[in-house]
Design a protein around this ligand. Sequence first.
Ligand code: PEP
Ligand code: MN
Length: 260
Amino acid sequence: MKLKRVLKDKNVNIKQEKPLIIAGPCSVEDYDTMDKIAAGLKELNIEYLRGGAFKPRTSPYSFQGLKDEGIEILKNIKERYGFKIVSEVLDLRDIEYMIEVVDVLQIGTRNMYNYPLLKEVGQTKKTILLKRAFSATIEEWLNAAEYIALEGNDDIILCERGIRTFETYTRNTLDLNSIPVIKQKTKLKVLVDPSHGTGRRELVRPMSRAAIAAGADGLIIEAHIEPDKAFSDSEQTIDLKELKLIIEETNRIYMCINKN
Ligand code: PEP
Ligand code: MN
């Protein structure tokens, strides 16, 4: 693997006290719903709020996100609660105004191979959350990170979100193998997305535990006050009670494996 910028150097693996948790709805729906979700997440001491304003949907007839109106809602929520905002960028042309609000630019699974987009976010000073393409080998994924880093931005967090296999019971197959590989080979943080990784809300908690046990630095989870009413990815969206349990359980696992 010919990589230079993302490879492990000495003195890395700076330990956090707790897993990094990013939570929130799949998409930004309207101000009131976002406000209620935000209030609930604040009570759980969550620092990073996710919400897609630009939604890359499989069907062009599905809800495509509120776009700039969604970014405006995120801006107001950020001002009110002080969250760091995580949101997906789909188009080069949106970067300039998105970075006025968004702290972590998410590159989605469909855009991991979009090299012009990778290069462009590599020129920002934002944290980049780089999701693994559902068809990418670990090597292709790390090369995508290298594209970003080569532009001067090595503030990159990788996100394992499941890959496509022959299994159809789950939406994707969460490849937890990738976690220790990334920790061994690179200096990057890696999060796991058990929501897209499973596509089923009853599997989110067990796979969250497994992800942290495998050495992930944190989780990105789709959560909503009324999961059944979520505009997108409702089947994999959990409520805030379940999220609370996940946080408690994964904190314990994280402490246990990072003791020394
Ligand atoms: C999302 O986070 O809502 C999303 C679309 O993720 P992915 O790109 O992993 O499918
Ligand atoms: Mn989603």
